[in-house]
Design a protein around this ligand. Structure first.
Ligand SMILES: Nc1ncnc2c1ncn2[C@@H]1O[C@H](COP(=O)(O)OP(=O)(O)OP(=O)(O)O)[C@@H](O)[C@H]1O
Length: 299
């Protein structure tokens, strides 16, 4: 079952088309990356999913039903712009936001206490938001987003302002929520985070969907058939007549070939000639490489 079905959704601001007939499905229980350069249309699309604005064309399905305001209680949205009340205490703020999402006072308090323990926030309840650091505020905002246990969690740059320890803590919790069945739509410019935590991605450029699918498939689609061979010892073949790409290792070479079979044939020949291969791997492009390639060629 898909948690989210985006069907030919468009959004115009006057004559300008910010989202142009975008369609993709977000399956239940995956971490799905929504990527795109600045101004691509990601926030416009996320605001439509959150019913903050309306699509001009197209339809959004939530678990197979046409998305309406009644689904908002099943969605948690961590926006890039933080919206906490500076003068309120952490506890009052979270209780207020939890109750706004329809939770009763007792449930809210129990869940807040659980999240304080998980995210090492036990001493924070009485602190005012304005007295917290940026990273601390980010954790409070995250708790506010997940308190009502949404089926769909939309996270816009969730790790901004967090140090490596807190980033890891939050990643761990995001993965745990996913394992429990929550669907996560994750919007970011940080490509290394996308590689690390997303299973599928959609890449939007100038309002249009330009790439969609599982990360592993996309890497296969964009690969350049680069293979790295690492030889044991100093004894290595002569490559003077080939284009050799830099290798990460002194004893290594990287060749661009036509297929995996060709790489295997090469290895067999070298072994017959007495060379010893210590390591062999195919080099796949990073999502960052693919992103830059698509976005710059379409510019
Ligand atoms: N309310 C608005 N009125 C007019 N134009 C807008 C409005 N909101 C967004 N836009 C334009 O729509 C385009 C897409 O903006 P959007 O905020 O959706 O991009 P984004 O992908 O989220 O970018 P970023 O990564 O920089 O946050 C931009 O060109 C932006 O200037």
């Amino acid at each position: 079952m898909d948690t989210l079905g985006i069907k030919k959704v468009s959004k115009h601001y006057g004559n300008f088309t910010a989202v142009d007939r975008v369609s993709f499905q977000v399956p239940q229980g995956v971490i799905y990356g929504l990527l795109g350069p600045n101004g691509a249309g990601k926030t416009s699309l996320i605001r439509i999913i959150n019913s903050i604005t309306m699509a001009d064309e197209g339809e959004i399905l939530f678990c197979g039903e046409t998305l309406g305001r009644e689904h908002q209680a099943k969605i948690g949205y961590l926006p890039e712009e933080r919206g906490l009340y500076k003068k309120m205490s952490v506890q009052d703020q979270l209780e207020y936001l939890g109750q706004l999402k329809g939770l009763d006072a007792k449930t809210v308090r129990t869940r807040i206490a659980e999240w304080y323990a998980i995210l090492n926030m036990d001493e924070w309840g009485n602190k005012k938001i304005e007295d917290l650091s940026k990273g601390m505020q980010q954790k409070v905002q995250f708790v506010a987003t997940v308190l009502h246990e949404p089926q769909l969690l939309i996270l816009d740059e969730p790790f901004s302002g967090l140090d490596p320890v807190n980033t890891n803590l939050l990643k761990q919790e995001i993965r745990r929520l996913r394992a429990e069945g929550t669907t996560i739509l994750f919007s970011t410019h940080r490509m290394e985070q996308v590689e690390e935590i997303c299973e599928r991605i959609a890449l939007i450029n100038k309002g249009s969907l330009v790439l969609e699918g599982p990360i592993a498939d996309i890497k296969q689609r964009y690969k350049d058939f680069l293979f790295e061979f690492i030889f044991a010892g100093d004894h290595r073949p002569d490559f003077s007549d080939e284009t050799i790409h830099p290798s990460s290792r002194e004893q290594g070479i990287v060749l661009q070939l036509e297929s995996l079979e060709q790489a295997n044939t090469r290895m067999r020949q070298w072994m017959d000639e007495g060379y010893v291969i210590h390591e062999f791997r195919e080099i796949l492009p990073s999502i960052n490489d693919i992103f830059i390639k698509i976005v710059t060629t379409e510019a």
